[in-house]
Design a protein around this ligand. Structure first.
Ligand SMILES: [Zn+2]
Length: 213
């Protein structure tokens, strides 16, 4: 997203408080109907191994140590770069703080490129908004939030779901106010997205995770 999204952040805050149940239902349907989930199992050498089955409702889904292939750091829930394909970082108005108050970093990738949760947490938003398009917010255990916007289709997870780092969440798109296929990624300090936290420049983290891939 570039410029007009900033005007609509109040709208996003509204979306945060007014959760539309029918939207959630359609997101779930879309998720179940697409082949996306089936693709989550590849990535042999990369690190993350399997898509955890969708946890329904609030039942606890214990962390499964078996979800690690043993590659990488050995921490199965460590941060993972969210775009699973070729990408490039936006600059200028597509960078954090670009224009007037761009609250995230745009990372361009082909529409349809798989997205995974960068950090484990609970999905607090998974809906559509005119500026953000299809988007979701994940609240991590430490209170920070990660926001993923402009997905091509509704997120393949739904509000209340718990996700591990590396779990599929959808695919890159340009829904909402977006020019060109990209992920708009935000990182909010605790206590999180429109809950008192503040957006910080996510680029250093993104680059670090990218380099660890
Ligand atoms: Zn953006």
């Amino acid at each position: 997203m570039s410029k007009t999204v900033r005007r609509s952040l109040a709208g996003l805050a509204l979306a945060a408080s007014a959760t539309a149940v029918p939207v959630v239902a359609s997101a779930q349907d879309a998720g179940a109907g697409t082949p996306l989930r089936a693709t989550a199992v590849l990535h042999g050498p990369g690190g993350f191994a399997e898509a955890r089955p969708r946890s329904t409702g609030g039942t606890e889904a214990p962390d499964s140590p078996s979800s690690s292939t043993g590659a990488g750091s050995g921490n199965s829930t460590g941060p993972i770069f969210p775009i699973r394909g070729r990408h490039r970082y936006g600059t200028g108005s597509a960078a954090f703080g670009g224009g007037r108050g761009h609250q995230g970093q745009d990372v361009f990738a082909a529409c349809g490129t798989r997205l995974v949760a960068a950090i484990a947490g609970r999905v607090s938003q998974a809906t559509y908004q005119s500026a953000a398009g299809n988007y979701l917010v994940v609240d991590a255990a430490n209170g920070t939030s990660q926001t993923y916007m402009h997905l091509a289709r509704p997120a393949t997870v739904q509000e209340g779901d718990r996700v591990d780092a590396g779990d599929p969440i959808g695919v890159v798109g340009q829904t909402g106010d977006a020019e060109g296929c990209h992920l708009h990624f935000e990182f909010w300090t605790a206590p999180g997205w429109y809950k008192g936290g503040k957006p910080v420049d996510p680029l250093p983290r993104l680059r670090r995770w990218d380099a660890q891939d």
